[in-house]
Design a protein around this ligand. Sequence first.
Ligand code: PGA
Length: 248
Amino acid sequence: MSKKIYLYGNWKMNMTAAETEEFFKNFNYASDDKVDIAVFPPFTSIWAAHKAAGSGVHIGAQNCYVEPKGAFTGEVAIGMLKECGVSHVILGHSERRHIFGESDELVAKKVKACLDNDLVPVFCYGEKLEEREAGKTFDVMERQIKAALNGLTPDEIAKIIYAYEPVWAIGTGKAATSAQAEEVCAWSKKLINEIAGKDVKPVVLYGGSVKPNNSKELLSMDAIDGALVGGASLKQDTFIEIYNAYAK
Ligand code: PGA
């Protein structure tokens, strides 16, 4: 139990501002050298989270746009997010890719825009079930990762937090096995280092039905540095238990 664990909660379209305040009542956990904690509320609850969470919890957004301002109805600029205390942004989540049609190219532009503005991109990638069954898992992910890292310097590549999230494991209760997740996370680190041209020590999280009852096994794997948690991050106790189950 020596590595630092990243415990990141993606709230998706859940948690009103009032529920966010409730979540942080008696929240006595903060990032330290053993654990890095972040939550990603919907836009309208970011300010409430920023006010309620205290400085030990990073506040993230689930998306952003690449332009600083202007006629982009429905979008939120990076400067606006920073003003509300945001330090991290989830990009390329499968729900953005597959429900809202975000392309590899758009995700890459967002990654670059965040890096240019000192926000940490939490870059998500992963294969669909039919892609895994067709033996295309690694081809799909290689395309997604290469597109996102295209043209970035090794320093920039090192600043990104990577999250492997197989689409078939998200919200299904059917997490990848620790062996499956380890295989992809280890492969990802190799690919990222190859693209960077040196060992940038990439941080790679696993996401997809992480719960208190499977987190110890997943987080104990060598190449898995943490969890991006959806459903189980909506309650303070299950969220924290995901880390505690491993740390105990
Ligand atoms: P889940 O979601 O934990 O509810 O499967 C993970 C995610 O989409 O980040």
